[in-house]
Design a protein around this ligand. Sequence first.
Ligand code: NAP
Length: 485
Amino acid sequence: MVPEYRNCIGGEWVAASSGDWIEVRNPADTDDVLGQVPASTVADVQAAIAAARAAFPAWAGLTPPERGRVLHRAANLLETQVDAWTSALTREEGKTRMESQREVVRSVELLRYFAGEAWRVGGDLLPADTPNTLLYSLRVPLGVCAIITPWNFPLSIPVWKIAPALVVGNTVVFKPASATPIMAIMLTSLLHEAGLPAGVLNIVTGAGGALGDALVTDAGIDAVSFTGSYSVGHALYQKTAPRLTRTHLEMGGKNPVIVAADADLDKAVQIVAAGGFGLTGQACTATSRVIVERPVLQAFTERLVATARNLKVGPGLSDGMQMGPAVSTGQRTTDLDYIEIARSEGAKVLAGGGAPEGSVYARGHFVQPTVLAGLTPNMRIAQEEVFGPVIGLLEAGDMEEALAIANNTSYGLSAGIITTDLRRAIRFAERAEAGMVKVNQGTVGASIQAPFGGFKNSGSGMFREMGKGAVEFFTKVKTVYIDGQ
Ligand code: NAP
């Protein structure tokens, strides 16, 4: 019997009004059916918005610490179930057990961090122009927030949006990615077990293309927080603009790393391989372009190729695996298509370049860790996001040229340099056109307390996720003048 997961609308666990379902399978073994989730309809979306609206006044009327305690309890519950959630995450998304465990533990930390915001969110006391007057500003919730998430961090991205939205008093309609809806439903269930009142968090699963417009253009939606591809995010922005709906977009990347001639090459290889092949390259911050200064190009390339060839690729739940499958057959096709595009553009495949062979790979969406050499800056493979385990190498004559290549992209999410020269590091940090700059660290990975978001086509830019930025996005500022006479 295939497990049946349901939408949560107004605190009720319900099937889609159409009665239709979507099957979810393990990307490492497509014979492994994990369950089915509702193929929701526009009517379901509207019911979820109505439930969130109805729940808003009471939830917003609680004190912030009362709301924060729910998140604290959710963190405590999740912490006692890390192993089970780790396995569930790997079975649904495909990442290795270690990668999934990091994401689950990070989600516990995110819940705790945003629970703590309950005791910090406030405003400013300002000097008044007249005597006996109290002048202050405070942050108030927006109302009902639509939260739309991708599949690559199926637990932590929803947490880093939903937790700040809730703690400041908003209610939420959550539309998770169709590749990983079970994690999203488990998170919704966890928050209810932790004491979230009915209607405060509502989830509707189903195709974004069919449900998206109804969700983001509804008059009952006060804000939209979206993470996903540039093409979907860009189109979504046009739809929320007419109603002036506050909208936050975090989108794709084509993240560069410069390997300077003075770099420690072993460290550089380790950082680049982890950034490009970790999470199967399915991170918005994944390293995809490596710009190597000419004197070290050959030595660096040889070591990176050896590392790529030695990576253990296989089902994420099997012991010792270093890289899991692509999330879906569609993503694998995209990865392989881009490798072919690169070949046709004149790039050389030095490692990988296809799907691995063998019975262990027969029922999964596996792709070999791939190293491409001989890229030039304007090739499609050097410009477009692949979202797979594909690293492209470019050559630079000096630091100026390397910087120009690094910035030669429509994206601007994360950018790194490996160098032992502090002046180069500082110059790079000043001039890299990216929302996040890493010196001698991988392009992937961000601290909860630090602002996170992209420049250029990687993000809508006005707000940041995590850190203080999350609370800023999910609140509006009210200024109060009180004449005490
Ligand atoms: P996607 O195809 O853009 O989908 C993202 C979300 O939008 C999914 O829930 C999707 O639902 C939904 N959606 C699809 N069409 C929609 C529409 N017309 N209106 C409203 N929502 C719609 O992206 P993805 O493949 O899930 O994720 C990969 C992308 O996310 C990559 O580009 C990656 O770089 C980016 N990403 C960015 C960040 C960041 O913080 N910058 C982090 C992680 C990932 P369905 O799944 O049902 O289609």
